[in-house]
Write a protein that binds this ligand. Structure first.
Ligand code: SF4
Ligand code: FES
Length: 546
């Protein structure tokens, strides 16, 4: 494999790779603004310029300096090159570029949402001069409302054009343009258009400075207060890798995690903003049992005890129909099916309704927004089939209910982001006993014998199988709100309550081990993709007593 040396480190590379990407792959930092691996290369910010020495074939391949600094984002590596990003010439360029980019910048970091994750801030500190020679009046640029999700603070823009290239190359929607010339150049929306496509909010993540901001996140939190938990899209079948960002038990935003095999660097706006249901006022928060007065928060243990006792009686009453929602994890499905299988020999297993909205849509970059609005229909079926050779789908389940199948008890799970219960389904249930494990108040809530409040996917951990049969684990971001519990924990509690034992605390790894050992679901031991662990970076911030 050919190699080059960057700042003293020998780095191997694939022919055709650019110097900047080789450096990044080898954990060598070269400052860059306009370069993004998902976009075309324009080399217009000039901060990545470095001094390059190359073997000269006309002089016995002796190393000779290339007279000009080269943009590392646009220069293909050549065997034996030696690159200096910290030579006096390279450093002088970095300082000049930083000074230039800050000429008209308002330096309003205290009120800017990007503060704390801004490359202007970081590079000023690492590569800037610390002083500006600019004494004139700064140019003032307008703020612009670009569309339903994005605001533009033009004063802060450094004209890297990442956002414009995104709408040209990734979405193909072309809403954004570069307008004007020289110092008056501005990013703008094409006349008569709004930045309103399925992927629009990705430009917020792409913007290396605080110019493009998220309306939904505006002034909500300082970013350094946010904890980030790796997760998976829990709303569609995409399996997109996401990061759930939260503080004090409350989610503030969801952003993409890079996974080149699935979502690359992007997510849809639907996935980005769909978490709102987690803090919805219509969440079920406390178990309820028909015939009992609603429980007060102080009576939570009593409420759970009553709900489990009534559920236990219902499970022992005869033929049980268990409908596992495709919104649940594989571990949830496994423990619920195991619970029912232990209580009765007469059971029917069904996969809940799998919502579809419109058609799949593939963008010019190859990114697909899926019509299937459930994260785990395939995983739930895969698990249930280990308990029954005849797992039925939702329509068949409804037909059997309407056809008078002698179900004594129905255990129904939901966890959908909106009311999923149709009048037909309600009618088909007829007078059967319903144990409802769900997240939102629906038409079924008043009808159920027992209502058990479940946790959303951000409040529990587990595994989803996406549309391409990829199993991916996700972690719990926040503790369940109020008195909710994950379905896996509910199943474990019920199992223990039936046996008169102390409940086990749900452990996704132990559950997957059991799934592999007892039910031959070996793929849950060897085939689950875990989130990449990123090393914590020690802060170099000094705490000063005041
Ligand atoms: S708005 Fe942001 S992403 Fe767009 S050109 Fe300006 S700095 Fe770059
Ligand atoms: S990153 Fe190379 S010129 Fe902008």
């Amino acid at each position: 494999m050919p190699s080059i040396t960057i700042d003293g480190k020998v780095c191997e590379y694939e022919p055709g790779q650019i110097i900047l990407q080789i450096a990044l792959d080898n954990e060598i930092e070269i400052p860059h603004y306009c370069y993004h691996p998902g976009l075309s290369i324009v080399a217009n910010c000039r901060i990545c310029l470095a001094e390059v020495w190359a073997p000269n074939p006309r002089n016995d391949n002796k190393l000779e300096p290339i007279p000009k600094l080269l943009p590392t984002c646009q220069t293909t590596a050549g065997e034996g090159q030696v690159v200096y990003t910290d030579s006096p010439k390279a450093i002088a360029n970095q300082r000049l570029v930083m000074e230039y980019l800050l000429i008209n910048h308002p330096v309003d970091c205290p009120v800017c949402d990007q503060a704390g994750e801004c490359y202007l801030q970081d590079y000023s500190y690492q590569y800037g001069r610390g002083v500006s020679r600019f004494r004139e009046q700064k140019l003032k640029q307008p703020k612009k409302d670009l569309g339903p999700n994005v605001l533009l603070y033009m004063d802060r823009c450094i004209m890297c054009t990442r956002c414009v290239r995104f709408t040209r190359e990734v979405t193909g929607t072309n809403e954004l343009i570069v307008d004007g010339r020289a110092a008056n150049t501005q990013i703008d929306i094409f006349p008569g258009m709004a930045l309103d496509n399925e992927l629009s909010a990705n430009v917020i993540d792409l913007c290396p400075v605080g110019a493009l901001l998220d309306k939904d996140f505006l002034f909500q939190q300082r970013v350094w207060f946010l904890s980030k938990t790796p997760s998976i899209d829990g709303l569609t079948c995409s399996g997109d890798n996401i990061s759930v960002e939260h503080n004090g038990g409350r989610i503030y935003r969801v952003r993409p995690r890079t996974n080149l095999e699935i979502n690359q660097w992007w997510i849809t706006d639907e996935v980005r903003y769909g978490w709102k249901v987690v803090h919805d006022d219509s969440r079920l928060t406390m178990p309820a049992v028909r015939g009992e007065e609603p429980f007060e928060p102080a009576e939570a243990p009593l409420a759970w005890e009553a709900a489990y006792a009534r559920t236990g009686e219902a499970l022992a009453a005869g033929h049980v129909g268990l409908m596992v929602s495709p919104m649940l994890s594989c571990e949830d499905a496994y423990l619920l099916a195991r619970l029912v299988a232990e209580q009765t020999e007469q059971m029917t297993l069904a996969v809940g309704p799998v919502p579809r909205v419109g058609e799949d849509k593939t963008f010019p970059s190859g990114f697909t927004a899926y019509a299937e609005k459930a994260p785990n229909a395939r995983g739930v079926r895969r698990v249930l089939e280990k308990f029954s050779a005849n797992v039925i789908d939702y329509n068949t389940f409804v037909r059997r209910l309407s056809g008078g199948t002698d179900f004594a008890t129905l255990v129904l799970t939901g966890n959908y982001p909106s009311d999923w219960v149709t009048d037909d389904f309600l009618a088909a249930i007829d007078s059967r006993t319903v144990i409802l494990i769900d997240t939102l108040v629906t038409k079924l809530t008043d009808r159920a014998e027992v209502v058990i409040p479940a946790a959303t996917w951000t409040e529990k951990s587990g595994t989803f199988e996406n549309v391409n049969n990829r199993l991916q684990a996700f972690e719990r971001a926040i503790t369940p709100i109020d008195f909710c519990k994950g379905e896996a924990q509910i199943a474990l509690d019920l199992t223990a309550a039936q046996a008169g034992e102390t409940p086990t605390i749900y452990n996704p790894v132990a559950t997957r081990q059991e799934m592999a050992d007892v039910h031959d679901l070996k793929e849950f031991l060897t085939g689950v993709h875990l989130p990449a662990v990123t090393a914590l970076i020690e802060s170099d911030m000094q705490i000063v007593d005041v």
